[in-house]
Design a protein around this ligand. Structure first.
Ligand code: PMP
Length: 309
C-alpha cells in the first residue's frame, strides 16, 4: 500500500504557525499539521467499511519539572507497527514519533490523550487491500487525569473476547466492535463496564482495560492469551512486583480488591462485579499514587518511560 504523499514536507510542519484562536484543533494528517475541523476522509474509505486500520491510545502528562512527557511512546508505536504490518499498512515509528510530538506542541497540550490511526483509504470495496491508499493521522485532546477516579461497576459480558487465533490482540480497528457490543450490553444492564470471560470461566479483560486483583495483600495481574498485552499493565507489574497468571471468575469475585488499568482508564478501582461489592481498595490506591508519580517524572528509575514533548 502506498502512503498518501504529503502535500508539504514533514519537516515544515514543526515550524507551522499556531493560530491561537483554534490552537486546540490541530491534527497530523498524511505528513503535515492540518486543522482538525477541515481534514476529511472519503466515503469509500476502506477502513470505514471493514475496520481495516490500526490505532493507539497514548497519554502525555505534565511533569513536575514544568514540562510534559509522553508515557511509553516507543512501546505504543511498536504495538501499532505490528498491527500495521499485519494489514500491510506502511508505518515508520520515527515519523509517527515526530507526528505525535508535533501535534502535542501545536495544540499546546500537556495532559493529553493521543490518538494515532493508520488506515486503508480509497481503492475499492473489495476485501483485497492491494492498491488501496494508506493514511495516517494523529489527533490529541486535552485530557482529564482519572487516577484515583470513580469506582467502576462491572457486568460480566455474555459476549466472548475475540479469540487470539481469530484476531490477534492488537489495536486493530475492526476488533473493537467486539468491545462495543460488550459495552452496550453492560450499560443496558446499568453497569459502567463489561468484563470478558472465556468459555471455561477464565477472566480475559475489560472492553479497553486489563484486570488485576488483590487478595491478602498479594497483587495478581490477570493473564489470558486473548487479552491485549497492555502497556499500563506491564508498567504496574514492574512497579508492584505482582504475579501474572490465569484467574478464574470465581476467584476474582472473592478477591479483596479488583482494579482495571489502561491508558485511558489509568488505574480504575472496581466497586462491584455483578452485585459482588469490593471494599475501599487501599492497595489499589497506593499503587495508583505510585504510578501517578512515575507519570509525572518523579521517579528517576522510570524516567526512561517518558519521552519529553
Ligand atoms: N485491553 C484493551 C482491549 C484495550 O483496548 C486497552 C487499551 N489500549 C487495554 C487493554 C490497556 O492497554 P494499554 O495499557 O496499553 O492502554
Amino acid at each position: 500500500m502506498q502512503l498518501n504523499t504529503p502535500a508539504a514536507p514533514a519537516d515544515d510542519v514543526e515550524a507551522a504557525p499556531v493560530d491561537t484562536q483554534t490552537h486546540d484543533r490541530w491534527a497530523w494528517f498524511n505528513g503535515r499539521l492540518v486543522s482538525l475541523d477541515t481534514a476529511q476522509a472519503g466515503l469509500d474509505t476502506h477502513a470505514m467499511h471493514y475496520g481495516s486500520g490500526v490505532f493507539e491510545g497514548i497519554r502525555a502528562y505534565a511533569t513536575t519539572d514544568g514540562g510534559a512527557a509522553v508515557f511509553r511512546l516507543p512501546e505504543h508505536l511498536e504495538r501499532m507497527r505490528k498491527g500495521a504490518q499485519l494489514l500491510g499498512l506502511p508505518f515508520d515509528p520515527a515519523q509517527v514519533t515526530n507526528a505525535v510530538l508535533a501535534t502535542l506542541r501545536a495544540n499546546r497540550h500537556r495532559d493529553a490523550y493521543i490518538r494515532p490511526l493508520a488506515w486503508a483509504g480509497e481503492g475499492g470495496f473489495g476485501l483485497d487491500l492491494a492498491g488501496h491508499r494508506a493514511h495516517l493521522m494523529v489527533a490529541t485532546t486535552a485530557s482529564t487525569v482519572h487516577l484515583h477516579g470513580q469506582r467502576t461497576r462491572v457486568g460480566v459480558s455474555p459476549w466472548r473476547r475475540n479469540p487470539c487465533d481469530s484476531l490477534p490482540p492488537l489495536k486493530l480497528c475492526g476488533g473493537y466492535v467486539n468491545s462495543i457490543l460488550a459495552k452496550r450490553e453492560a450499560k443496558a444492564r446499568g453497569f459502567d463496564e463489561a468484563l470478558f470471560c472465556d468459555r471455561s470461566g477464565r477472566v480475559v479483560e475489560c472492553t479497553g482495560a486489563n484486570v488485576f486483583m488483590v487478595k491478602a495483600g498479594q497483587i495478581t495481574a490477570v493473564e489470558h492469551p486473548d487479552a491485549l498485552p497492555g502497556i499500563t499493565r506491564d508498567a504496574l507489574l514492574a512497579l508492584s512486583g505482582a504475579e501474572a497468571r490465569t484467574v478464574m471468575l470465581d476467584e476474582l469475585l472473592e478477591a479483596d480488591e479488583v482494579f482495571v488499568c489502561g491508558t485511558a482508564a489509568e488505574v480504575a478501582p472496581i466497586a462491584e462485579i455483578e452485585g459482588q461489592r469490593y471494599g475501599d481498595n487501599p492497595v489499589t490506591r497506593t499503587l495508583s499514587a505510585r504510578f501517578a508519580r512515575v507519570l509525572r517524572g518523579q521517579y528517576p528509575t522510570y524516567r526512561h518511560w517518558l519521552t519529553p514533548v
